[in-house]
Design a protein around this ligand. Structure first.
Ligand code: COA
Length: 274
């Protein structure tokens, strides 16, 4: 994808950050974790830069969805940069956990769909970032895991909480308490990822996947994301109430008028996010 995407982006901000790149094209923001020599291990600086980039993208009306990916051909990310822990005090480590949690929460609370495009290792904090995304697409050679237990610690950016919500408590315990890596095939089987694609068609498939989201109704997508996320943590009664209110609100949007008109006129709707 690197080669293909070079030169034809309408907007680039490569110089702005040291640890990530942000490139925008056709309604999609491609955010790349960019420390390939360390397999995109996540530093505090990277967390800060990601948080700042996401805040900016949230305000950008031209950005309809965000894809997170890793630079190089080996990893999405191998997780927190372990060097952070060698000299860390309990308070410093707690700060690292809180900063990472704030970042994953930012992804989850964003009004835009986030897709983790995974090619290679997706471990520790890398997996935790991917878990906060709305969708995970991975190449067949990808591997997933929460290896922190092998270092004598546990995940701190949400895996103990989001993994059970996504794959169930039994599988989450297996991943967190054994720390073994699993294949993309196994990850798909347990519902950890949405789709496996071949390495050769990776970019093409991710682009096709996000195109559907870019063409979708932005306000309805925002509410769908929020109601699904909120409802998975609330009682059924509360979740149903929130769903009904969101639907009521959406019915008053121009996008809903357009969607329904297009249906009757047998044409493709053109949603404007209004
Ligand atoms: N933090 C900092 N550096 C890391 C890292 C991490 N989490 N994971 C890998 N790196 C570095 C390695 O130290 C190595 O650097 P070097 O070339 O200066 O020695 C470089 O990235 C390449 O990693 P390497 O281990 O040589 O690659 P590999 O293909 O043999 O193994 C892994 C890949 C992912 C299996 C292995 O790197 C690993 O187990 N990493 C740790 C994953 C982890 O525990 N994550 C949770 C952290 S809390």
């Amino acid at each position: 994808m690197e080669e293909k995407l070079k030169g034809d982006f309408t907007s680039m901000s490569k110089k702005k950050y040291d640890t990530i790149t942000v490139e925008k094209k056709d309604g999609v923001a491609w955010v790349t974790l960019n420390i390939p020599q360390r397999l995109n291990a996540i530093t505090l600086k990277m967390i800060k830069e990601l948080a700042s980039a996401i805040d900016e993208l949230e305000e950008d009306k031209d950005v309809k969805c965000v894809v997170l990916k890793g630079a190089g051909d080996k990893a999405f990310s191998v997780g927190a940069d372990v060097t952070m822990f060698s000299s860390a005090t309990p308070t410093k480590t707690q700060t690292i956990a809180i900063k990472g949690q704030e970042l994953t929460r930012k992804i989850e609370l964003s009004s835009k769909p986030f897709i983790a495009a995974i090619n290679g290792y997706c471990l520790g904090g890398g997996l935790e970032m991917a878990l906060a995304c709305d969708f995970r697409i991975a190449t067949e050679n990808s591997e997933f895991g929460s290896p922190e237990i092998r270092l004598g610690i546990i995940p701190g950016w949400g895996a103990t909480q989001r993994l059970p919500r996504i794959v169930g408590l039994a599988k989450a315990k297996e991943l967190v308490m054994f720390g073994d890596r699993i294949s993309a095939e196994e990850a798909l089987k347990i519902g950890l990822i949405n789709k496996i694609v071949s390495r050769e068609k990776f970019e093409e498939e991710v682009e096709a996947f996000v195109k559907k989201l870019v063409e979708g109704p932005p306000i309805a997508l925002k509410y769908a994301k929020h109601v699904l996320n909120f409802g998975s943590q609330a009682s059924l009664e509360v979740g149903l109430k929130v769903e009904a209110e969101a639907l009521g609100l959406l019915a008053s949007t121009n996008d809903a008028v357009e969607g329904i008109s297009a249906f009757f006129e047998k044409r493709k709707p053109e949603f404007k996010g209004e």
